[in-house]
Unconditional design. Sequence first.
Length: 106
Amino acid sequence: MFFSFLPEEAKRIYEDLGEMSPASYALRFATGFDGMMMVLSGMSDMAQMQDNLSFMKDFQPLSTKEQEAVKQVTEIFKSKNFIPCIACRYCMEKCPKNIAIPDLFA
Ligand code: SF4
């Protein structure tokens, strides 16, 4: 689902790195912090779970080149002033006022 929100220029940066999914860079970025013991990843289907397993099974932190790519993609996102909401709707389950937060962001 998130992939559809990836701007074309950001997609190209990740494609130039190789075969790994855009999500893999985000998860490996988060997992690479010193002392990190657990990273949660929302998965919607079997393909996403298999993707996560493919790079988390024998975890490798981001290389310097991959870190640079993540920085470039971050700058692209910042330049577009996106609201960092992926419409997972987790917030709606607990909202005491039933505000459709992701719909309002969209
Ligand atoms: S604002 Fe709500 S729907 Fe959007 S990412 Fe956060 S929890 Fe998910």
